[in-house]
Design a protein around this ligand. Structure first.
Ligand SMILES: Nc1ncnc2c1ncn2[C@@H]1O[C@H](COP(=O)(O)OP(=O)(O)OP(=O)(O)O)[C@@H](O)[C@H]1O
Ligand SMILES: [Mg+2]
Length: 267
């Protein structure tokens, strides 16, 4: 790992909401090309950690370095233009626009600072949009209104929008939450393709077969802190993780995972 560049370095991030420390001193470094999977119980602070790092909400304290520069005070739009993109746990799209228009907005505003008056798509933004729609498999639905799309397509749309900003690091918050097994397999295939291109990814997911299949490193959060950091194959061996999050039944299934094909594990 030492020879790889630290693309992202988060140092002792704290985010307080009143008396609650939703994120309570999290330090995490992500090297270029890594896929870091974040798990942990509801309310552990996973999404809040994403919100702080991606500039959606300011940290109470702590520092975020991106490509060596202190970006702790920057807003989400600027961070996106620097190469940080994310998807959201809940749907985030312009409902009355079409699929293509949503991705065009990302391609236009996500890569450089622009003003809204004078919005005019260039050839480059159109090309990036087409590429992103093809990549996620939404080209056939490009002209449909987003408000009418099923859950899977909404998840794919958020990924397409993020990809259209040409990110150096991509944050995915529960990309398969609410999807069925075959839909999960489809997104696993998509993220594997991203991984093969060398993209750096940080993902949050409760679906353990997704987390374990895709991550090169796993961290588990609980009460705002990291309680585990290691390889996917080590997660089910960790007593604290089993006690606070997985439970003994899931441990048995997950241990099977490493002797089975991903489809056989329904954790
Ligand atoms: N804007 C907010 N104002 C007040 N409290 C908040 C806010 N956002 C999050 N919290 C609280 O911070 C804690 C962490 O929430 P967060 O959404 O980060 O958890 P999570 O790990 O993503 O959970 P889940 O797996 O359910 O998505 C929770 O107790 C939540 O209620
Ligand atoms: Mg969350």
């Amino acid at each position: 790992m030492a020879e790889r560049t630290a693309l992202l370095a988060c140092d002792t991030i704290v985010k307080r909401y009143g008396s609650l420390a939703a994120v309570d001193g999290v330090s995490l470094t992500v090297a270029a090309g890594e896929v870091v999977g974040i798990g942990g119980p509801n309310g552990a602070g996973k999404t809040t950690f994403f919100d702080v790092v991606t500039g959606v909400t300011p940290a109470t304290s702590g520092q975020v370095l991106f490509e060596g520069a202190d970006v702790s005070q920057l807003d989400a739009d600027r961070l996106c233009q620097m190469g940080m993109a994310r998807t959201f746990q809940l749907n985030a799209a312009f409902e009355s626009l079409t699929v293509r228009e949503n991705v065009e907005v990302a391609a236009y505003f996500g890569r450089q600072q622009r003003r809204f008056p004078g919005f005019r798509l260039g050839r480059a933004a159109r090309a990036v949009t087409d590429e992103a729609l093809d990549f996620v498999g939404l080209a056939d639905k490009a002209d449909e209104k987003v408000g009418l799309l099923p859950v899977l397509d909404r998840k794919l749309l958020m990924i397409a929008g993020a990809m259209a900003t040409k990110p150096k690091i991509l944050f995915l918050d529960e990309p398969v939450g609410g999807l069925n097994a075959s839909e999960i397999d489809l997104i696993i295939g998509l993220v594997l393709r991203m991984r093969e291109t060398g993209m750096t990814i940080v993902l949050i997911e409760h679906v353990m077969r997704f987390l374990l299949a895709l991550s090169t490193r796993v961290v588990i959060m609980h009460h705002g802190k990291l309680i585990f950091e290691g390889l996917p194959s080590q997660v089910a061996d960790d007593e604290t993780v089993v006690e606070t999050y997985l439970g003994q039944g899931a441990r048995a299934r997950l241990k099977k995972y490493f002797d089975a094909t991903p489809a056989e594990v329904q954790a």
